[in-house]
Design a protein around this ligand. Structure first.
Ligand code: NAI
Ligand code: MG
Length: 360
């Protein structure tokens, strides 16, 4: 039986994960769900944001459903004990190198975007960000007295941008395979005109692309990609890029849809094991009030069924149930507008469950 590790975390994490678990149960599928504390919750119970027992559960599971971590009340802790270390630790220990960030604009929420409705209506793009390499992890890095440069003798800091061929190959394969399930198009985003790292990136993605003759590949510089995302976002389908460019572009793309509470994400490793979480954080400003939007987490559970649990029909059922509740006019506060019905976290989860159970 497939096993799901359920890690609610802190802040709004427990509230939104409870709704996703309710939705998973409503599908009446056979899997084993086991919960464990992570982030601030684990600091409270175990004195560490990622206890050994939680890590072990995550390693043994086929998939991890993660809420969010990072309540403000832990801000004063030393770095190693801060809740955010839990998510970084999970990525590292599980080798989660492929981050999927879909940006989907639901028909009923078109008005929530800052872009004109015609630019955004029907938007459905997928940004795939490499998550374990690039300038965020490259060595050497540090501070020193500048040995040369414009200001020799001045204090300076430096980081190393770095990608190896196998790291680029595996993320490229992921992107082409994802494109095969969509509209057969990949845009690889780089800065090969300036950076050697991204010249290698471009060369390797092009080579891997030859193994996927059915998928069209184009290349775009990151500065142009940032412009095109706000000018004509629907021109993209699958976008694949490195860690830093992906960090920035995926947040830009998320904002196009106007509602962080709607966007799921997945991070996968080479074994297809994945961690699924909403794109947003722990929202300490609204935690405990029962008003957080649970849909990003519910949609993350749908991604989990599709990518790690081999249940694409169940994923479709969740996604169409979400469409259904939006069409009914139900809205949490973050996506509420005139003429719609404001609901809380739990009511929204109940409505999704109702849509699933009445449709089957
Ligand atoms: P955030 O995403 O938590 O919140 C940004 C704004 O969006 C807030 O006004 C919040 O109320 C709202 N919001 C977020 N999710 C919502 C939802 N589901 N429904 C309704 N409104 C929602 O980002 P912020 O404020 O920058 O970070 C808060 C904490 O979360 C920080 O400690 C940060 O480190 C952590 N964080 C954790 C992440 C994770 O667990 N993977 C990812 C991003 C941030
Ligand atoms: Mg970011």
């Amino acid at each position: 039986m497939k096993k799901i590790a359920v890690l609610p975390g802190d802040g709004i994490g427990p509230e939104i994960v409870a709704e996703a678990v309710k939705v998973l149960n409503a599908l009446e599928l056979e899997f084993d769900m086991e919960a464990a504390p992570v982030g601030g919750a684990a600091y409270e119970s175990h004195g560490h944001p990622l206890p050994e027992s939680t890590l072990k559960l995550a390693q043994e599971a086929d998939a991890i459903l993660f809420g969010a971590v990072g309540d403000w009340k832990y801000d004063k802790l030393e770095r190693a004990l801060r809740p955010e270390q839990a998510i970084l630790g999970l990525r590292k220990h599980l080798g989660l190198f492929a981050n999927f960030r879909p940006a989907i604009c639901y028909e009923q929420l078109t008005h929530a975007s800052s872009l004109k409705p015609e630019l955004i209506a029907g938007l459905d793009i997928l940004i795939i960000r490499e998550l374990t390499g690039d300038i965020y992890f490259g060595q050497p890095r540090g501070r020193r007295t500048a040995p040369d440069g414009h200001f020799p003798g001045a204090e300076e800091a430096f980081d190393t941008m770095r990608y190896s061929r196998p790291e680029i190959e595996r993320i490229a394969h992921i992107a082409f395979q994802a494109a095969r399930k969509r509209s057969q198009r990949v845009t690889s985003v780089d800065k090969s005109n300036v950076l050697e790292t991204f010249q290698l990136w471009k060369d390797v993605v092009t080579e891997v692309g030859q193994q996927y003759p059915d998928v069209a590949l184009d290349h775009m510089y990151v500065d142009n990609a940032a412009m095109q995302l706000v000018r004509a976002p629907k021109k993209f389908d699958v976008v694949v890029t490195g860690n830093m460019f992906g960090d920035i572009l995926s947040d830009e793309a998320a904002m196009l849809t106007g509602s962080i509470g709607m966007l799921p994400s997945a991070s996968l490793n080479e074994r297809g094991q994945g961690l699924y979480e909403p794109s947003h954080g722990s929202a300490p400003d609204i935690a405990g009030q029962g008003i957080a939007n649970p849909l990003a987490t519910i949609l993350s559970a749908a991604m989990m069924l599709r990518f790690s649990l081999d249940q694409p029909q169940a994923a479709d059922r969740i996604e169409s149930a979400v469409q259904h509740v939006l069409a009914q006019g139900l809205r949490t506060a973050d996506i509420h507008s005139d003429g719609t019905t404001k609901v809380g976290t739990r009511e929204m989860g109940d409505a999704v469950v109702a849509a699933i159970t009445t449709k089957t």
